[in-house]
Design a protein around this ligand. Structure first.
Ligand code: PMP
Ligand code: GLN
Length: 391
Protein backbone atom coordinates (compact mmCIF):
# COMPACT_ATOMS: atom_id res chain seq x y z
CA UNK A 1 0.00 0.00 0.00
CA UNK A 2 1.33 3.43 -0.88
CA UNK A 3 2.64 5.53 1.97
CA UNK A 4 -0.02 8.21 1.66
CA UNK A 5 -2.81 5.67 2.38
CA UNK A 6 -1.12 3.82 5.22
CA UNK A 7 -2.82 5.80 7.96
CA UNK A 8 -6.24 4.65 6.73
CA UNK A 9 -7.59 1.40 8.13
CA UNK A 10 -11.00 -0.22 7.81
CA UNK A 11 -13.69 2.46 8.09
CA UNK A 12 -15.49 2.70 11.40
CA UNK A 13 -18.79 2.13 9.59
CA UNK A 14 -17.64 -1.19 8.17
CA UNK A 15 -16.24 -2.28 11.53
CA UNK A 16 -19.33 -1.36 13.51
CA UNK A 17 -21.87 -2.71 11.00
CA UNK A 18 -19.97 -6.02 10.90
CA UNK A 19 -20.17 -6.10 14.69
CA UNK A 20 -23.91 -5.43 14.51
CA UNK A 21 -24.39 -8.33 12.11
CA UNK A 22 -22.18 -10.69 14.13
CA UNK A 23 -23.94 -9.94 17.42
CA UNK A 24 -27.48 -9.32 16.16
CA UNK A 25 -27.36 -5.90 17.78
CA UNK A 26 -29.66 -2.97 17.02
CA UNK A 27 -27.56 -0.92 14.58
CA UNK A 28 -27.68 2.75 15.50
CA UNK A 29 -24.18 3.20 14.06
CA UNK A 30 -23.81 3.44 10.28
CA UNK A 31 -26.01 6.13 8.79
CA UNK A 32 -28.49 4.45 6.49
CA UNK A 33 -32.26 4.30 6.92
CA UNK A 34 -34.05 0.98 7.52
CA UNK A 35 -37.05 2.16 5.50
CA UNK A 36 -37.53 2.82 1.81
CA UNK A 37 -37.80 6.09 -0.04
CA UNK A 38 -40.81 7.24 -2.08
CA UNK A 39 -42.68 4.36 -3.75
CA UNK A 40 -42.96 6.18 -7.09
CA UNK A 41 -39.18 6.48 -7.20
CA UNK A 42 -38.67 2.77 -6.51
CA UNK A 43 -41.22 1.91 -9.18
CA UNK A 44 -39.51 4.19 -11.68
CA UNK A 45 -36.23 2.29 -11.22
CA UNK A 46 -37.99 -1.05 -11.72
CA UNK A 47 -39.64 0.34 -14.83
CA UNK A 48 -36.33 1.63 -16.16
CA UNK A 49 -34.82 -1.86 -15.86
CA UNK A 50 -37.84 -3.35 -17.67
CA UNK A 51 -37.48 -0.71 -20.33
CA UNK A 52 -33.92 -1.80 -20.99
CA UNK A 53 -32.05 1.12 -19.43
CA UNK A 54 -29.27 -1.22 -18.43
CA UNK A 55 -26.22 0.05 -20.31
CA UNK A 56 -23.85 2.93 -19.62
CA UNK A 57 -25.64 6.23 -19.30
CA UNK A 58 -23.78 9.36 -20.50
CA UNK A 59 -20.68 10.02 -18.37
CA UNK A 60 -21.92 13.31 -16.88
CA UNK A 61 -25.34 11.75 -16.15
CA UNK A 62 -28.55 11.56 -18.15
CA UNK A 63 -29.80 14.91 -19.47
CA UNK A 64 -33.06 14.34 -17.60
CA UNK A 65 -31.32 13.92 -14.23
CA UNK A 66 -29.01 16.89 -14.78
CA UNK A 67 -32.05 19.00 -15.63
CA UNK A 68 -33.83 17.76 -12.51
CA UNK A 69 -30.80 18.63 -10.32
CA UNK A 70 -30.63 22.13 -11.85
CA UNK A 71 -34.38 22.59 -11.32
CA UNK A 72 -33.99 21.45 -7.69
CA UNK A 73 -31.24 24.00 -6.98
CA UNK A 74 -33.37 26.72 -8.56
CA UNK A 75 -36.48 25.71 -6.64
CA UNK A 76 -34.92 25.49 -3.18
CA UNK A 77 -32.09 28.01 -3.34
CA UNK A 78 -32.81 30.27 -6.30
CA UNK A 79 -29.51 29.29 -7.95
CA UNK A 80 -29.55 28.90 -11.74
CA UNK A 81 -27.24 26.21 -13.12
CA UNK A 82 -26.93 25.23 -16.76
CA UNK A 83 -27.71 21.49 -16.70
CA UNK A 84 -25.33 20.85 -19.59
CA UNK A 85 -22.20 22.58 -18.32
CA UNK A 86 -22.78 23.14 -14.61
CA UNK A 87 -24.15 19.82 -13.31
CA UNK A 88 -22.50 16.39 -13.22
CA UNK A 89 -23.95 13.19 -11.78
CA UNK A 90 -21.54 11.17 -9.63
CA UNK A 91 -21.33 7.81 -7.88
CA UNK A 92 -22.68 9.26 -4.66
CA UNK A 93 -21.45 12.34 -2.86
CA UNK A 94 -18.30 10.41 -1.99
CA UNK A 95 -17.13 10.40 -5.59
CA UNK A 96 -18.16 14.03 -6.04
CA UNK A 97 -15.98 15.12 -3.12
CA UNK A 98 -13.04 12.92 -4.11
CA UNK A 99 -13.15 14.02 -7.74
CA UNK A 100 -13.38 17.68 -6.68
CA UNK A 101 -10.37 17.40 -4.36
CA UNK A 102 -8.33 15.50 -6.96
CA UNK A 103 -9.31 18.00 -9.65
CA UNK A 104 -8.57 21.18 -7.71
CA UNK A 105 -5.77 20.47 -5.22
CA UNK A 106 -2.08 20.22 -6.01
CA UNK A 107 0.26 18.26 -3.78
CA UNK A 108 1.07 20.32 -0.70
CA UNK A 109 -2.06 22.49 -0.89
CA UNK A 110 -4.07 22.88 2.30
CA UNK A 111 -7.72 22.01 2.66
CA UNK A 112 -9.65 23.54 5.56
CA UNK A 113 -12.24 21.22 7.10
CA UNK A 114 -14.48 21.34 10.14
CA UNK A 115 -13.32 18.75 12.65
CA UNK A 116 -14.75 16.11 13.30
CA UNK A 117 -14.83 15.33 9.59
CA UNK A 118 -16.49 12.70 7.46
CA UNK A 119 -13.97 9.91 6.97
CA UNK A 120 -13.66 10.02 3.20
CA UNK A 121 -12.50 13.65 3.24
CA UNK A 122 -9.14 12.92 4.81
CA UNK A 123 -8.57 10.04 2.40
CA UNK A 124 -9.47 12.21 -0.62
CA UNK A 125 -7.09 14.91 0.53
CA UNK A 126 -4.35 12.34 1.13
CA UNK A 127 -4.87 10.83 -2.34
CA UNK A 128 -4.32 14.29 -3.80
CA UNK A 129 -1.14 14.68 -1.75
CA UNK A 130 -2.72 17.70 -0.09
CA UNK A 131 -2.95 18.44 3.63
CA UNK A 132 -5.93 18.74 5.98
CA UNK A 133 -6.19 21.87 8.15
CA UNK A 134 -8.75 20.86 10.75
CA UNK A 135 -10.79 23.40 12.70
CA UNK A 136 -12.09 21.71 15.83
CA UNK A 137 -15.76 22.03 16.72
CA UNK A 138 -16.58 21.61 20.39
CA UNK A 139 -19.93 21.57 22.16
CA UNK A 140 -21.12 24.87 23.64
CA UNK A 141 -23.22 25.02 26.84
CA UNK A 142 -26.29 23.95 24.88
CA UNK A 143 -24.51 21.00 23.28
CA UNK A 144 -24.26 22.58 19.80
CA UNK A 145 -20.86 22.08 18.18
CA UNK A 146 -19.17 25.37 17.34
CA UNK A 147 -15.72 26.58 16.28
CA UNK A 148 -13.46 29.03 18.03
CA UNK A 149 -13.24 32.00 15.65
CA UNK A 150 -9.52 32.51 16.22
CA UNK A 151 -8.84 28.85 15.39
CA UNK A 152 -10.97 29.13 12.26
CA UNK A 153 -9.18 32.25 11.06
CA UNK A 154 -5.79 30.73 11.80
CA UNK A 155 -6.58 27.74 9.58
CA UNK A 156 -6.66 29.93 6.46
CA UNK A 157 -3.34 31.03 5.01
CA UNK A 158 -1.26 31.35 1.85
CA UNK A 159 -1.28 27.57 1.20
CA UNK A 160 -5.05 27.17 1.54
CA UNK A 161 -6.56 25.94 -1.72
CA UNK A 162 -9.97 24.76 -0.60
CA UNK A 163 -12.61 24.84 2.10
CA UNK A 164 -14.29 21.42 2.23
CA UNK A 165 -17.47 22.19 4.14
CA UNK A 166 -20.26 19.97 5.43
CA UNK A 167 -23.50 21.48 6.76
CA UNK A 168 -25.75 20.01 8.07
CA UNK A 169 -22.72 18.45 9.70
CA UNK A 170 -22.02 14.74 10.16
CA UNK A 171 -21.42 13.62 12.91
CA UNK A 172 -22.31 16.58 15.16
CA UNK A 173 -25.71 17.61 13.72
CA UNK A 174 -24.68 21.28 13.60
CA UNK A 175 -26.44 23.35 10.92
CA UNK A 176 -24.39 26.45 10.20
CA UNK A 177 -26.27 29.72 10.54
CA UNK A 178 -26.15 32.87 8.46
CA UNK A 179 -23.42 34.60 10.50
CA UNK A 180 -21.19 31.55 10.54
CA UNK A 181 -21.56 31.08 6.79
CA UNK A 182 -20.91 34.77 6.15
CA UNK A 183 -17.62 34.47 8.04
CA UNK A 184 -16.62 31.39 6.03
CA UNK A 185 -17.53 33.16 2.79
CA UNK A 186 -15.46 36.21 3.77
CA UNK A 187 -12.45 33.98 4.53
CA UNK A 188 -12.82 32.14 1.21
CA UNK A 189 -12.91 35.42 -0.67
CA UNK A 190 -10.07 36.98 1.32
CA UNK A 191 -7.79 33.99 0.77
CA UNK A 192 -9.10 33.26 -2.74
CA UNK A 193 -9.94 29.59 -2.14
CA UNK A 194 -12.42 27.14 -3.67
CA UNK A 195 -15.32 25.89 -1.57
CA UNK A 196 -16.64 22.36 -1.92
CA UNK A 197 -19.89 22.13 0.01
CA UNK A 198 -21.14 18.69 0.96
CA UNK A 199 -24.85 19.35 1.35
CA UNK A 200 -26.05 15.73 1.42
CA UNK A 201 -28.23 16.47 4.47
CA UNK A 202 -29.83 19.56 2.89
CA UNK A 203 -33.33 18.10 3.37
CA UNK A 204 -32.55 16.82 6.86
CA UNK A 205 -32.56 20.22 8.52
CA UNK A 206 -34.62 19.73 11.64
CA UNK A 207 -34.24 23.19 13.19
CA UNK A 208 -33.58 26.32 11.16
CA UNK A 209 -32.91 26.30 7.43
CA UNK A 210 -30.25 25.18 5.00
CA UNK A 211 -28.38 28.14 3.54
CA UNK A 212 -25.94 27.13 0.80
CA UNK A 213 -22.55 28.85 1.05
CA UNK A 214 -22.83 29.33 -2.72
CA UNK A 215 -25.49 32.01 -2.13
CA UNK A 216 -23.16 34.24 -0.08
CA UNK A 217 -21.39 37.26 -1.62
CA UNK A 218 -18.39 36.35 -3.73
CA UNK A 219 -19.05 32.61 -3.52
CA UNK A 220 -21.01 31.68 -6.68
CA UNK A 221 -17.90 31.66 -8.86
CA UNK A 222 -15.81 29.57 -6.48
CA UNK A 223 -18.23 27.03 -4.98
CA UNK A 224 -19.19 23.47 -5.84
CA UNK A 225 -22.38 22.14 -4.25
CA UNK A 226 -22.56 18.40 -3.65
CA UNK A 227 -25.81 16.47 -3.10
CA UNK A 228 -26.89 12.85 -2.74
CA UNK A 229 -30.08 10.94 -3.47
CA UNK A 230 -29.00 8.43 -0.83
CA UNK A 231 -29.84 10.80 2.01
CA UNK A 232 -32.74 12.76 0.55
CA UNK A 233 -34.59 9.75 -0.84
CA UNK A 234 -33.43 7.03 1.56
CA UNK A 235 -31.64 4.99 -1.10
CA UNK A 236 -28.01 4.97 0.09
CA UNK A 237 -27.35 1.78 -1.90
CA UNK A 238 -28.08 3.45 -5.21
CA UNK A 239 -25.04 5.70 -4.94
CA UNK A 240 -26.41 8.57 -6.98
CA UNK A 241 -24.94 11.98 -6.20
CA UNK A 242 -24.23 15.18 -8.06
CA UNK A 243 -22.09 18.25 -8.14
CA UNK A 244 -23.11 21.73 -9.35
CA UNK A 245 -21.05 24.86 -9.82
CA UNK A 246 -19.40 27.18 -12.31
CA UNK A 247 -18.68 25.48 -15.64
CA UNK A 248 -14.85 25.48 -15.38
CA UNK A 249 -14.93 23.84 -11.94
CA UNK A 250 -17.53 21.29 -13.00
CA UNK A 251 -15.51 20.51 -16.13
CA UNK A 252 -12.46 19.88 -13.92
CA UNK A 253 -14.44 17.50 -11.72
CA UNK A 254 -15.80 15.69 -14.77
CA UNK A 255 -12.29 15.24 -16.14
CA UNK A 256 -11.33 13.29 -13.02
CA UNK A 257 -14.67 11.54 -12.64
CA UNK A 258 -14.32 10.07 -16.13
CA UNK A 259 -11.41 7.98 -14.94
CA UNK A 260 -12.72 7.12 -11.49
CA UNK A 261 -16.03 5.53 -12.51
CA UNK A 262 -16.71 6.96 -15.99
CA UNK A 263 -20.45 6.82 -15.26
CA UNK A 264 -23.07 5.60 -12.75
CA UNK A 265 -26.05 3.19 -12.52
CA UNK A 266 -28.41 3.88 -15.43
CA UNK A 267 -31.82 2.72 -14.08
CA UNK A 268 -31.46 4.85 -10.96
CA UNK A 269 -31.05 8.09 -12.83
CA UNK A 270 -34.60 8.51 -14.19
CA UNK A 271 -35.93 7.42 -10.80
CA UNK A 272 -33.93 10.06 -8.91
CA UNK A 273 -34.88 12.67 -11.53
CA UNK A 274 -38.52 11.92 -10.79
CA UNK A 275 -37.99 12.07 -7.02
CA UNK A 276 -36.24 15.46 -7.20
CA UNK A 277 -39.46 16.86 -8.64
CA UNK A 278 -41.71 15.56 -5.86
CA UNK A 279 -44.01 18.09 -4.23
CA UNK A 280 -43.01 20.04 -1.10
CA UNK A 281 -45.16 17.72 1.02
CA UNK A 282 -42.67 14.90 0.48
CA UNK A 283 -39.65 16.93 1.61
CA UNK A 284 -41.49 18.56 4.51
CA UNK A 285 -42.93 15.23 5.62
CA UNK A 286 -39.51 13.57 5.54
CA UNK A 287 -37.99 16.29 7.75
CA UNK A 288 -40.99 16.18 10.10
CA UNK A 289 -40.69 12.39 10.48
CA UNK A 290 -37.00 12.69 11.23
CA UNK A 291 -37.59 15.47 13.72
CA UNK A 292 -39.93 13.13 15.58
CA UNK A 293 -37.30 10.39 15.50
CA UNK A 294 -34.63 12.74 16.80
CA UNK A 295 -36.82 13.75 19.71
CA UNK A 296 -37.71 10.12 20.39
CA UNK A 297 -34.08 8.99 20.50
CA UNK A 298 -32.89 12.07 22.43
CA UNK A 299 -35.51 11.55 25.11
CA UNK A 300 -34.75 7.83 25.34
CA UNK A 301 -31.00 8.34 25.61
CA UNK A 302 -31.46 10.97 28.30
CA UNK A 303 -33.56 8.54 30.33
CA UNK A 304 -30.85 5.90 29.81
CA UNK A 305 -28.35 8.30 31.41
CA UNK A 306 -26.50 9.70 28.39
CA UNK A 307 -25.64 13.39 28.11
CA UNK A 308 -27.50 14.24 24.92
CA UNK A 309 -26.33 17.11 22.70
CA UNK A 310 -28.23 19.25 20.21
CA UNK A 311 -28.83 17.95 16.70
CA UNK A 312 -30.20 20.59 14.34
CA UNK A 313 -29.88 18.38 11.29
CA UNK A 314 -28.65 15.11 9.66
CA UNK A 315 -29.92 11.84 11.11
CA UNK A 316 -27.29 11.78 13.80
CA UNK A 317 -26.97 12.97 17.33
CA UNK A 318 -23.97 12.95 19.59
CA UNK A 319 -24.12 11.84 23.20
CA UNK A 320 -21.66 12.07 26.09
CA UNK A 321 -21.20 8.51 27.36
CA UNK A 322 -19.31 9.44 30.54
CA UNK A 323 -22.20 8.60 32.91
CA UNK A 324 -22.71 5.19 31.26
CA UNK A 325 -19.06 4.14 31.00
CA UNK A 326 -18.96 2.32 34.38
CA UNK A 327 -21.93 0.15 33.34
CA UNK A 328 -20.30 -0.80 30.03
CA UNK A 329 -16.55 -0.81 30.68
CA UNK A 330 -16.52 -1.30 34.47
CA UNK A 331 -16.15 0.92 37.52
CA UNK A 332 -13.19 3.29 37.21
CA UNK A 333 -12.67 2.54 33.51
CA UNK A 334 -11.23 5.32 31.35
CA UNK A 335 -13.79 7.24 29.28
CA UNK A 336 -13.04 6.08 25.74
CA UNK A 337 -15.80 6.16 23.11
CA UNK A 338 -14.06 3.64 20.86
CA UNK A 339 -13.70 1.06 23.65
CA UNK A 340 -17.27 1.86 24.65
CA UNK A 341 -18.62 1.21 21.14
CA UNK A 342 -16.61 -1.98 20.78
CA UNK A 343 -18.02 -3.31 24.07
CA UNK A 344 -21.61 -2.12 23.70
CA UNK A 345 -22.95 -4.80 21.31
CA UNK A 346 -21.81 -7.67 23.62
CA UNK A 347 -22.89 -5.80 26.71
CA UNK A 348 -26.40 -4.79 25.62
CA UNK A 349 -26.99 -5.43 21.93
CA UNK A 350 -26.67 -1.90 20.53
CA UNK A 351 -24.20 -0.50 18.01
CA UNK A 352 -23.10 3.16 17.91
CA UNK A 353 -20.11 4.95 16.39
CA UNK A 354 -17.35 6.69 18.39
CA UNK A 355 -16.87 10.36 17.51
CA UNK A 356 -13.15 10.45 18.34
CA UNK A 357 -12.32 8.58 15.12
CA UNK A 358 -13.83 11.46 13.10
CA UNK A 359 -11.53 14.01 14.75
CA UNK A 360 -8.23 14.91 13.13
CA UNK A 361 -7.29 17.02 16.17
CA UNK A 362 -5.63 14.70 18.70
CA UNK A 363 -7.46 14.04 21.95
CA UNK A 364 -10.83 15.52 20.95
CA UNK A 365 -14.17 13.81 21.47
CA UNK A 366 -13.10 10.77 23.47
CA UNK A 367 -16.26 10.92 25.57
CA UNK A 368 -18.60 11.26 22.59
CA UNK A 369 -20.56 8.67 20.65
CA UNK A 370 -22.78 9.13 17.60
CA UNK A 371 -26.19 7.49 17.28
CA UNK A 372 -28.33 7.54 14.16
CA UNK A 373 -32.07 8.07 14.46
CA UNK A 374 -32.75 7.27 10.82
CA UNK A 375 -34.49 4.04 11.84
CA UNK A 376 -38.07 2.82 12.29
CA UNK A 377 -39.59 3.93 15.59
CA UNK A 378 -39.80 0.38 16.94
CA UNK A 379 -36.08 -0.06 16.28
CA UNK A 380 -35.26 3.18 18.09
CA UNK A 381 -37.45 2.09 20.99
CA UNK A 382 -35.79 -1.31 21.19
CA UNK A 383 -32.33 0.29 21.13
CA UNK A 384 -33.30 2.67 23.92
CA UNK A 385 -34.88 -0.16 25.95
CA UNK A 386 -31.61 -2.11 25.77
CA UNK A 387 -29.51 0.93 26.70
CA UNK A 388 -31.77 1.81 29.61
CA UNK A 389 -31.37 -1.75 30.95
CA UNK A 390 -27.67 -1.02 31.53
CA UNK A 391 -28.46 1.02 34.61
N1 PMP B 1 -20.89 13.11 2.97
C1 PMP B 1 -21.40 12.97 4.19
C2 PMP B 1 -21.29 14.08 5.16
C3 PMP B 1 -22.04 11.78 4.53
O1 PMP B 1 -22.53 11.63 5.76
C4 PMP B 1 -22.15 10.75 3.59
C5 PMP B 1 -22.83 9.45 3.84
N2 PMP B 1 -23.15 9.14 5.09
C6 PMP B 1 -21.59 10.96 2.34
C7 PMP B 1 -20.96 12.14 2.06
C8 PMP B 1 -21.62 9.90 1.30
O2 PMP B 1 -22.71 9.99 0.46
P1 PMP B 1 -22.92 8.98 -0.74
O3 PMP B 1 -23.42 7.71 -0.17
O4 PMP B 1 -23.88 9.67 -1.63
O5 PMP B 1 -21.60 8.79 -1.39
N1 GLN C 1 -22.25 8.28 5.75
C1 GLN C 1 -22.74 7.23 6.59
C2 GLN C 1 -22.42 7.55 8.03
O1 GLN C 1 -21.86 8.56 8.34
C3 GLN C 1 -22.10 5.92 6.26
C4 GLN C 1 -21.46 5.80 4.94
C5 GLN C 1 -20.41 4.74 4.95
O2 GLN C 1 -20.61 3.66 5.45
N2 GLN C 1 -19.27 5.06 4.43
O3 GLN C 1 -22.74 6.75 8.86
Amino acid sequence: LVRRMRGFGTTIFAEMSALATATGAVNLGQGFPDFDGPAVMLEAARQAISDGLNQYPPGPGTPQLREAVAAHQQRWYGIAYDPVTEVVVTAGATEAVTAAVLALCEAGDEVVVLDPLYDSYAASVALAGAVVRAVPLRPDEGGRFVWDEAELRAAFGPRTRMLLLNSPHNPTGTVLGREELALLAALCVEHDVWAVCDEVYEHLVLDGEHLPLATFPGMAGRTLQVGSAGKTFSCTGWKVGWVCGPAPLVAAVLRVKQYLTFTGGSPFQPAVALALGLEDAFFDGFAADMRGKRDRLSAGLAVAGFGVGTSQGTYFLVADVTPVVPAVLGEGAEVDGLAFCRALPERCGVVAVPVQVFYATPGEGRHLVRFTFGKRDEVLDEGVRRLAALR
